[in-house]
Design a protein around this ligand. Structure first.
Ligand code: KMH
Ligand code: ZN
Length: 310
């Protein structure tokens, strides 16, 4: 049954896209803050945040930059902030966990298994590189394994629990549903959990209706329908179709330039807010309304902005 209120997340920059791919990808703290605030104004209840080195757009775990961005967003909107602990290629697990330890956000992503995570085929589309690191990094992703071992997951879960940060469990494949059920059986994750089903990344499931329903059904069977809330991502071309399927299935949705640089065929999105506005137009045609940040806090059982450390 579709729910009446839908949580829209905007993932404004990520680490899988590169500055040379779009002039609109936010890079500096100010650009990331602006895009996040515009997304919130357009109706996003959650803002998923990575940060970049303002000099060259490279993803960075720098706590001072995270702090500047988070406090800049908090000064201008009540939206929930969900920090990434996926980080970027080459970051250690300590670096990826440190924003949670230092800033104690309401939510953070937690990628629920190791995988090949590659973006190298996108190199062919770039005509001119703005920064030397970009080409090296994109080509190196052919050999990249995104490390999220059981030990890493256990350590991350302890850190999340100590800081009262709700994990958003990023599930890219059926095996990760199994990992999630295992961690729940061990008592390391308490229901209801919140899941982000990620389709369309190279290394994960494709963006198809079959993939999304398979992930959803496997989760329902493994942990029980009442024990989770969920959202979906269609990375790339299938962003809006997958989000629309998720709406019909009663799920929540994530859009943003982290997942897709375009707003329609051949048209680069000038901001993640354009994609937020688009999915909300689709929702309203389906008689669904976006949840406010406070409604999202209630649905997800979050601790509230008064308890963050930024
Ligand atoms: N860094 C990517 C491999 C997340 O934000 O948690 C995946 C990622 C997801 O960044
Ligand atoms: Zn992310």
């Amino acid at each position: 049954m579709p729910q009446e209120k839908v949580i829209v997340t905007s993932a404004v920059t990520g680490s899988a896209h590169f500055p040379s791919m779009s002039p609109y990808l936010p890079i500096t703290p100010q650009q990331i803050i602006e895009d996040a605030v515009k997304s919130a104004d357009a109706g996003a209840a959650i803002l998923h945040i990575h940060v970049r080195n303002p000099e060259n757009g490279m993803p960075t775990p720098d706590i001072e930059i995270f702090k500047e961005v988070l406090s800049g967003i908090k000064a201008r909107t009540n939206a929930v902030i969900c920090i990434s602990t996926g980080g970027g290629m080459g970051m250690s697990t300590e670096q990826r966990a440190s924003p949670v330890i230092n800033l104690r956000p309401e939510m953070a992503s937690l990628n629920f298994g190791s995988m090949n995570f590659s973006v190298f085929p996108q190199a062919d589309k770039v005509k001119e590189w703005r920064y030397p690191w970009e080409k090296l990094s994109i080509l190196a992703s052919e050999d990249y394994i995104f490390p999220n071992t059981f030990r890493t997951l256990r350590e991350f879960l302890t850190i999340f629990s100590v800081n009262d940060t709700k994990p958003e469990l990023e599930i890219y494949d059926l095996g990760m549903v199994n990992n999630l059920a295992f961690m729940m059986r061990r008592g390391l994750l308490k229901p209801p959990v919140h899941i982000q089903f990620v389709t369309g990344t190279l290394g994960g499931v494709p963006s198809t209706v079959d993939s999304l329903t398979a992930l959803y059904n496997a989760t329902r069977i493994a942990i029980g329908a009442d024990n989770f809330t969920w959202s979906a991502i269609g990375a790339g071309r299938y962003q809006m179709p997958i989000c629309s399927v998720a709406l019909a299935m009663g799920g929540n949705v994530r859009v943003g330039l982290e997942d897709n640089l375009y707003v329609s065929k051949g048209v680069l999105a000038r901001s993640s807010a354009e994609q937020v506005a688009k999915i909300i137009r689709i929702m309203r045609e389906l008689s669904l309304e976006p949840a406010t940040p406070d409604e999202a806090r209630k649905i997800l059982g979050l601790k509230g902005l008064a308890k963050v450390n930024y």
